[in-house]
Design a protein around this ligand. Structure first.
Ligand code: URA
Length: 241
């Protein structure tokens, strides 16, 4: 089963929709591992994931659920979860990959150097950090900032999808390849994904893709293209006014 199928099934199950899978995909040890922790079920992929009631949680209950989550191994190495921050009535939801060391320490997304650049990028199009909501694909830091693993995404994306439903943003701005590919369920390159309006299949939200600020810190020549992406995102959001 591919990562995007796993994510889709995780979402359907979080919504309380039954998904029938062949028995060999379900592992008993995962079921046992999840018992006694946060309410959970076993996804069709055999991966632990939040229980179906995630789709019914309000902001406060969702934040509490995330704070106590032990569904994947990342809970062992985190300092704290990084739920997301910002305006809960925002038009824009900005989504990165996963917390880094600074975010893990402070419990807030994009607070390090990449976060400072993100703030500048938003300011460049007349927006402030406080005006948008900022979250990540994962709520916990992967050790040494490695890429998220499929089982971590399967456990965590129902939380993100619930955030999208609660927020109902006009636009999701996906920062970088990992966020874009995971949200859109594709392996297409970032350069192919930039410059178009995509749709987040599970929630119907428009998605615009741009470079991750950490990449722009390493490749400042690309900032001009990121600026174009942000202008494009503004025009998409204003069309939905
Ligand atoms: N990079 C991300 O993708 N997210 C953060 O919160 C920080 C750095």
């Amino acid at each position: 089963m591919t990562a995007s199928e796993q994510t889709r099934i995780a979402y359907l199950q979080a919504m309380g929709i039954d998904v029938w899978v062949r028995r060999e995909h379900v592992s008993t040890s995962d079921t046992e591992a999840a018992v006694g922790e946060v309410p959970s079920v076993v996804a069709a992929s055999g991966m632990p994931m939040p229980a179906g009631d995630v789709a019914t949680l309000d902001w406060a209950a969702l934040e509490a659920r995330v704070a106590g989550c032990t569904l994947c191994e990342l809970h062992r190495s985190r300092t704290q979860t990084v739920f997301g921050v910002g305006n809960r009535a925002a038009d824009w939801l900005v989504i990165g990959e996963a917390p880094g060391a600074d975010e893990d320490r402070q419990g807030e997304p994009f607070v390090g150097r990449a976060g400072q650049l993100l703030n500048e990028m938003l300011r460049a199009v007349g927006m402030s950090r406080e005006q948008v909501f900022i979250a990540n694909i994962l709520k916990c830091r992967p050790p040494r900032n490695r890429d998220p693993r499929p089982e971590e995404e399967a456990a965590c994306t129902p939380y993100l999808y619930r955030q999208i439903e609660l927020l109902q943003p006009k636009l999701v701005l996906a920062l970088g390849r990992i966020a874009a590919q995971r949200l859109l369920g594709t392996d297409a390159s970032l350069s192919r994904l930039r410059g178009s309006v995509h749709t987040h299949a599970a929630t119907g939200t428009p998605v615009v893709v741009t470079y991750h600020p950490a990449y722009l810190l390493r490749s400042p020549a690309e900032k001009r293209k990121a600026w174009q992406d942000l202008l494009f995102a503004c025009s998409v959001a204003s069309d939905r006014a």
